[in-house]
Write a protein that binds this ligand. Structure first.
Ligand SMILES: Nc1ncnc2c1ncn2[C@@H]1O[C@H](COP(=O)(O)OP(=O)(O)O)[C@@H](O)[C@H]1O
Ligand SMILES: [Mg+2]
Length: 254
């Protein structure tokens, strides 16, 4: 579904991503792990259109998408969440979801005048979809809360909810488990698995919680120093001496 080939990203003299190549198969939940500073988030930023590659190619469903802006990526079905949630803190939970779908007719004053019925129908559809998403994530009771007041874990669920409002195909999750308590972590993991089976999403997940990666992801791609060190299933990776070496001083593979 997605192929990245010889991708590079330099920040001044720093090579954050270097000659990085990998594939994400449609229908998979692919893990992306590696020590801090390995270039994982920068790779996501390039796939989602937030950063332009210095060089290299990104192909999505057979088409070159390298360097396209975020709204183009979104339009094609590539949706990402952030390591630190990007909620609209003064809006309610429901409103945060309702602003996701693009090109809403109600945003145009003219259309509001001449096609009021259509505008209202579309708005009702969007609201229903938002309510369904909240139900799916079991956070319906929070619909009217200001998003800024949610706990860290609830904000992560809201981020997942935003991916459900888009017609997502490939969802990039940047540390969905960061700052989340173990119970909620399990819930987020189950939601990801359900979104794949019920909605057909393909996922690529950056995560430091190795139990979560092991129970959710196959294959797992290991990045270190900007490039792919190895990939395979979690059992192979856990016993790979190069991987252990890469984590020394950084984190730990348990
Ligand atoms: N906008 C930026 N400007 C300069 N350096 C950056 C920028 N973004 C990331 N880096 C650097 O690139 C490297 C890779 O970072 P990142 O992709 O965030 O790694 P990871 O997500 O694997 O922890 C790090 O050395 C980081 O400091
Ligand atoms: Mg990161």
């Amino acid at each position: 579904m997605l192929t990245i080939k010889n991708l590079n990203k330099n920040f001044g003299g720093l090579q954050a991503v270097r000659n990085c190549s990998f594939e994400i198969q449609e229908g998979s939940i692919t893990g992306l792990i590696g020590p801090n500073g390995a270039g994982k988030t920068t790779t996501f930023n390039m796939i989602a259109g937030e950063e332009r590659p210095t060089s290299g190619r990104i192909m999505f469903e057979g088409q070159e998408i390298s360097g396209l802006p975020t709204y183009e990526m979104f339009h094609r079905g590539i949706v990402r969440t952030f390591q630190i949630p990007h909620e609209f803190s003064k809006m309610t939970v429901l409103e945060n979801l309702m602003v996701v779908p693009p090109e809403q007719p109600g945003e145009s004053i003219i259309k509001n005048w001449i096609a009021r019925g259509a505008v209202m129908r579309r708005e009702k559809e969007i609201q229903e979809r938002a309510e369904e998403s909240l139900e799916f994530l079991s956070i319906s009771h929070l619909w009217n809360q200001e998003a800024g007041n949610l706990s860290g874990g609830q904000k992560k669920l809201l981020e997942l909810g935003r991916t459900m409002m888009a017609d997502a195909k490939l969802v990039l999750l940047d540390e969905p488990g960061a700052g989340v308590n173990p119970t909620l972590l399990m819930k987020i993991r189950d939601m990801i698995a359900r979104l794949r089976s019920d909605r057909g999403y393909t996922f690529c997940v950056i995560e430091h919680d190795m139990d979560m990666i092991a129970s959710l992801c196959d294959p797992v791609i290991v990045m270190a120093e900007g490039t792919v060190l190895t990939q395979g299933n979690m059992n192979d990776i856990r016993s790979n001496p190069e991987v252990l070496e890469a984590y020394l001083g950084g984190g730990e593979v348990q």
